[in-house]
Design a protein. Structure first.
Length: 277
């Protein structure tokens, strides 16, 4: 049975040619960089805190050496990427130091404002990195991992949270970019199917962690931003229809990838992915 992920679907939706290189030709066009290394490390650090925060006590969670955890995860992610890609993975010591300091600033603000984003009263942690493995068709399964899932014991509502790191946060154009927001819509749909929960009882939210703040601003800035995209049935139906187009176009009836011989996006003159190939 064939398997698809959101990243695979999103790549096809943005640039079919790049998708072809990665998933048909197996060219592996992206080797990772300081941004992906840092993003993974911050995810793991925040998730470690949340497990202790919800399953033990706030005091124990606050006493976790989060800066040490972040440093360890960044170093481990660097080693893994170097082992996989060798000299093709280029991250300097200066970059590691710069991003580590940015991560410490994120951690400091997260600890100050944690209850605003993660209330503990009447709320329980369903889990972190919860896997999805749901059949889309007889031959294709959708797979994914949800960063954080919470359950409000009073209302019965579920919240799926996806943690994103960003240099300066998300502006209105990023919030309108369906390739960023469709991820949680699909997670919401498939989680409701797997757990047999009404889709109307599930909320979704992006927790956006900013590395940098604007300089010379006269008003206070938050390093943490939240954003909940429209995730009602019309929005979900739209992305599900697009997902079905992807499956119909790129997989045969047995779930095998089909080579459609995509070419560089000539009609998309601003396609950053194609320009880089």
């Amino acid at each position: 049975m064939g398997k698809i992920s959101y990243s695979q679907f999103s790549q096809w939706d943005k640039c079919p040619y790049t998708w072809k290189l990665n998933y048909v030709d197996k060219a592996e066009t992206f080797k990772g960089n300081i941004y992906t290394l840092f993003g993974s490390a911050v995810h793991e650090t925040i998730q470690a805190y949340l497990v202790c925060y919800y399953e033990r006590t706030i005091k124990e969670a606050d006493n976790l050496p989060l800066r040490d955890i972040l440093q360890y995860r960044m170093e481990e992610n660097y080693k893994i990427s170097k082992e996989q890609h060798g000299d093709d993975f280029e991250v300097s010591l200066d970059e590691m130091k710069e991003f580590f300091n940015d991560g410490c600033n994120i951690i400091d603000e997260f600890l100050k404002r944690k209850s605003s984003y993660f209330p503990k009263k009447n709320t329980e942690l369903v889990g972190i990195e919860i896997g999805l493995n749901h059949a889309v068709s007889d031959s294709i399964k959708f797979r994914g991992y949800m960063d954080v899932v919470l359950h409000n014991k009073t209302t019965g509502r579920i919240k799926i949270i996806d943690i994103k790191t960003a240099t300066m946060g998300w502006n209105k154009y990023m919030k309108a970019d369906k390739n960023k927001t469709n991820q949680l819509l699909l997670y919401k749909y498939f989680f409701s199917k797997e757990k047999e929960i009404s889709i109307d009882k599930i909320d979704v939210e992006y927790l956006i962690l900013k590395r940098r703040l604007y300089e010379n601003f006269d008003y206070p800035q938050k390093r943490i931003q939240t954003f909940s995209p429209a995730s009602g049935k019309p929005s979900i139906n739209k992305v599900m229809n697009r997902l079905q187009e992807f499956i119909d176009e790129c997989f045969d009836e047995d779930g095998n990838v089909v080579d459609n011989d995509y070419e560089k996006c000539e009609k998309h003159k601003k396609c950053i992915l194609c320009k880089g190939l």
